[in-house]
Design a protein around this ligand. Structure first.
Ligand SMILES: [Ca+2]
Ligand SMILES: [Ca+2]
Ligand SMILES: [Ca+2]
Ligand SMILES: [Ca+2]
Length: 242
């Protein structure tokens, strides 16, 4: 019976991962404070270990998130519990994955495939300084902070969780490095590749926990595939306008 219950819970969690995203008629203010427009959406979990060790969810790390959309923007609210906030690399393009970072994976047309050194998909590593880094076509890290607006606030009461809001613009598959690129208009029924993760370091030399919203199948034991392969992202569907 125990195995059946476990199997059922895995099936249910995977079914819940095909996420429908509600439209918002009110733009979200990116200030790290959740406004009432968020109330109509449900929380999605981030329970999957992709690298490092599994954290204690009481205070070391726990995360969940919500999504909304309008014509120009995909909105994300993450609710993050993390006992130690750390940013030991002041250069936002240096080892950003070893600082605390919210990592948003976006594949605007769900094309999938290898995106490590191209922009058919993005892996935005947003540091505590709200800068967003990813690899460019020259195989070096670059900032793509202009693609989004990010802001977070830490709650003043235990467990001192963080409300982290991000407004993201989406770009087409033919995004050109260093050129003027026009963000996509979002439309109802659009299907987008999406995954969310958090890099948690609390003082170690390297990242301690890398937790994500989707279960990644390991390749040679490695589940840290999202920054390379958009096939491991989940999918979200934009619901009709209100
Ligand atoms: Ca807000
Ligand atoms: Ca932690
Ligand atoms: Ca794509
Ligand atoms: Ca941390």
């Amino acid at each position: 019976m125990k195995i059946h219950a476990l199997t059922l819970s895995i099936l249910m969690s995977n079914a819940a991962l095909a996420i429908d995203v509600e439209h918002t008629t009110t733009p979200i203010v990116i200030d790290g404070v959740a406004e009432s427009a968020w109330d109509k959406t449900t929380w999605q979990p981030m329970p999957y270990l992709m690298d490092g060790s599994l954290p204690n969810s009481d205070k070391d790390f726990k995360g969940r998130y919500k999504l909304l959309w309008d014509e120009n923007t995909l909105y994300l609210q993450a609710d993050i519990t993390d006992d130690v906030l750390i940013d030991t690399h002041p250069d936002p393009t240096e080892k950003y994955w070893d600082d605390d970072a919210l990592e948003i994976f976006i594949d605007s047309d769900a094309s999938g495939g290898n995106h490590q050194f191209n922009h058919t998909a993005f892996a935005y590593h947003i540091g505590l300084d709200n800068q967003a880094a990813d690899f460019g076509s020259d195989k070096k890290p670059h900032l793509y902070t202009e693609h989004l607006v990010s802001n977070w606030k830490r709650n003043t009461v235990a467990p001192y969780n963080i409300t982290w809001e991000v407004a993201i613009k989406l770009y087409p598959n033919d995004y050109q490095e260093g050129a003027k690129n026009t963000p996509l208009k979002l439309t109802a029924k659009q299907v987008i590749g999406f995954m969310l993760a958090y890099c948690d370091n609390d003082g170690s030399k390297v990242r301690e926990h890398f937790m994500g919203s989707h279960e990644v199948q390991p390749v040679n034991g490695d589940r840290n595939r999202g920054f390379i392969d958009a096939d491991v992202f989940g999918k979200i569907t934009l619901l009709s306008r209100k």
